[in-house]
Design a protein around this ligand. Structure first.
Ligand SMILES: Nc1ncnc2c1ncn2[C@@H]1O[C@H](COP(=O)(O)OP(=O)(O)OP(=O)(O)O)[C@@H](O)[C@H]1O
Length: 576
């Protein structure tokens, strides 16, 4: 900041400096709101008067007047006493009269105080009959510009008193440090508020500019959480306070979008938390619904609307089909398709609201994070996996699926598939050893949790494609999955880019790869929309597979970042 000009010097230097400050600070102030605050503050009359007093005192201090004596009052008393014993002439009588006048006595007393530099106020003695129950009253004077006060009030149901219900973190009231939750409001600018409705008081407050005086009875205790400002939540839903009928003050609400990170500034109120968007420099927090409150009202809303669970049958709809077919040696296994047992329903019990998160960056000695790819059938998940494997087979790996079908002559156990008996497969299902499994032509197929572990144990990045409802089971401290949604482009772009591409048609019992039909594109887009609407809160990244090379490069860039940068993950993955 450049040195501030101190004006033409002399006695008025400070006063001039004050007047010129807003203009000089203007280039360094970004928001109009801050600038208005500066203008108002430096233009405040009481501040100017204070500065004038300061300058006068400064002037006399420079003169350094030395008091002749420190006890003028006592001297006056002694003099009066002595004069009483003298013969009284008219002059002595006049002097005695003067010395007994209360204003002269007060003047001499002030003189002594200044001469002795004894400025501490003399407190009256404590009365003996003090009432312990009596409330002490605090008078607070705040200078307020157009910024809201950052406090809400309510009437106490039992006592009828008007009390401060909430102080917005970082707001004007909070920054003053003088008003606290639970304080009882008695007067605003000398107007008693006992008989006023909270709305009337709010009107008085919003109409006041400049200095505003409160008379309050301080609350007994005010607790501040030690965790304040250290909790971060990922928003799993969009929130617009202007459309929220329940919020106590719409203006105090903080809008946010799904996926944004919120810094929780206060959880004192069970229904309304205070939060800031992570990285936002504005110190003022806004109101957001608490996790508990949001879950409760969403659950209520859901029970109102009859949710129709999606009935998914592989034979009819290709939407959620996901094959276990990327066994690297065997392209023919592409034909392996079956109904996935776990895909017939989706969770209606989960109500996504917030997830507590913390920053995490993989350390070189740690296993790679599991890469989970999700997307509608035919969008190109396997194509992208194939390209990654070809690019660096030492770095990337895929799981080997289990099957109960007989091994063919050209196949080796543990390469194309891990061949096991039906009995063993069923036991493993019972023991929750599979991430996903299904049945096709009387044989079971499945991806086991151990097959993921074995790829990671080789210090490879494991690429796993699953149906989206499976993702939540994979979200563990062990796998720390990074979930990427591969999204189709517009139907027009699908027609243009997939002219020579082939899909394994789910409607064809023979499951042969066929050129894409118009209905395949429509189905792809429809199922992508359903996936997004139900599961987008679980996606860490969305990549649109329009041009294949571009999508592939974006995937690679994402992986590079994953190695270099810290990412928000569920807090339990960091502090275990
Ligand atoms: N961006 C793209 N541009 C053109 N063709 C593409 C693109 N992405 C994928 N394809 C082609 O689309 C077809 C289907 O892709 P792929 O088999 O990878 O889909 P998938 O999502 O794995 O489907 P499934 O769920 O059936 O396994 C393949 O022929 C593939 O080469």
């Amino acid at each position: 900041m450049p040195a501030l000009s101190t004006g033409s010097g002399g006695d008025t230097g400070l006063y001039e400096l004050l007047a010129s400050l807003p203009a000089q600070l203007q280039p360094h102030v970004d928001s109009q709101e801050d600038l208005t605050f500066l203008w108002d503050m430096f233009g405040e009359k009481s501040l100017h008067s204070l500065v004038k007093i300061h300058e006068k005192l400064n002037y006399y201090e420079k003169q350094s007047p030395v008091p002749m004596l420190h006890g003028a009052s006592a001297l006056a008393d002694d003099l009066a006493e002595e004069l009483q014993s003298k013969p009284l002439n008219s002059e002595i009588r006049e002097l005695l009269k003067l010395l007994s006048k209360p204003n002269l006595k007060a003047l001499l007393s002030v003189h002594d105080t200044v001469a002795q530099k004894n400025y501490d106020p003399v407190l009256p003695p404590m009365p003996d009959d003090i009432d312990d129950e009596e409330d002490s009253v605090k008078i607070i004077r705040l200078v307020k510009n157009r910024e809201p006060l950052g406090a809400t009030i309510k009437r106490d149901e039992h006592t009828g008193a008007v009390i401060v219900a909430r102080i917005m973190r970082g707001g004007a009231a909070d920054r003053s440090g003088l008003i606290h939750v639970g304080d009882e409001l008695k007067e605003v600018n000398g107007i008693p508020v006992d008989d006023k409705k909270p709305e009337e008081i709010i009107r008085i407050l919003s109409q006041s500019q400049g200095a505003i005086t409160f008379k309050i009875i301080p609350s007994v205790k005010e607790q501040t959480s030690s965790k304040e400002g250290k909790i971060f939540m990922k928003a799993l839903f969009d929130y617009d306070p202007s459309e929220d009928k329940a919020i106590p003050c719409k203006e105090a609400g903080l809008p946010f979008r799904k996926g944004e990170i919120l810094q929780i500034m206060s959880q004192d109120d069970a229904t309304w938390w205070q939060a800031k968007l992570e990285g936002d420099t504005n110190p003022r927090a806004g109101l957001i619904p608490s996790k508990h409150f949001q879950e409760r009202r969403l659950a209520l809303r859901r029970s109102d609307v009859q949710v129709q669970p999606l009935k998914i049958s592989n034979r009819k709809s290709s939407s959620f089909r996901r094959s276990f077919r990327l066994s690297k040696k065997d392209k023919k296994t592409n034909k392996t398709m079956y109904e996935c047992k776990k895909s017939d329903q989706y969770d209606t019990a989960d109500v996504p609201t917030y997830e507590e998160v913390a920053k995490y960056r993989r350390q070189p000695h740690e296993k790679y994070r599991l890469i989970v790819l999700v997307g509608p059938v035919g969008v190109g998940v396997n194509e992208l996996k194939r390209k990654l494997l070809i690019s660096d087979s030492q770095h990337y790996g895929v799981t080997v699926p289990h099957t109960t079908r007989p091994r063919r002559s050209q196949e080796s156990d543990g390469v194309e598939y891990i061949f096991i008996s039906k009995h063993l497969f069923e036991t493993d299902v019972q023991n929750n050893k599979f991430i996903e499994y299904g049945e096709y032509k009387n044989n079971y197929y499945g991806t086991s949790i151990d097959s993921v572990r074995s790829v990671l144990a080789k210090n490879k990045v494991c690429l796993l494609d699953v149906q989206p409802h499976t993702v939540k089971h994979l979200r563990t401290l062990e796998f720390k999955p990074f979930v990427i949604f591969i999204k189709p482009p517009s139907i027009q772009r699908l027609r243009e880019t997939r002219k020579n591409a082939k899909i394994i048609s789910s409607k064809d019992e023979k499951s042969a790869a066929k050129p894409f039909q118009e209905e395949d594109f429509q189905e792809m887009i429809r199922s992508a929309q359903i996936m997004e609407s139900q599961y987008s809160h679980l996606f860490d990244k969305v990549i649109v597979n329009d041009d294949l090379t571009t999508a592939y490069n974006e995937l690679k860039t994402t992986f590079d970042k994953l190695e270099r940068e810290a990412f928000w993950v569920p807090v339990s993955w960091v502090h275990s």
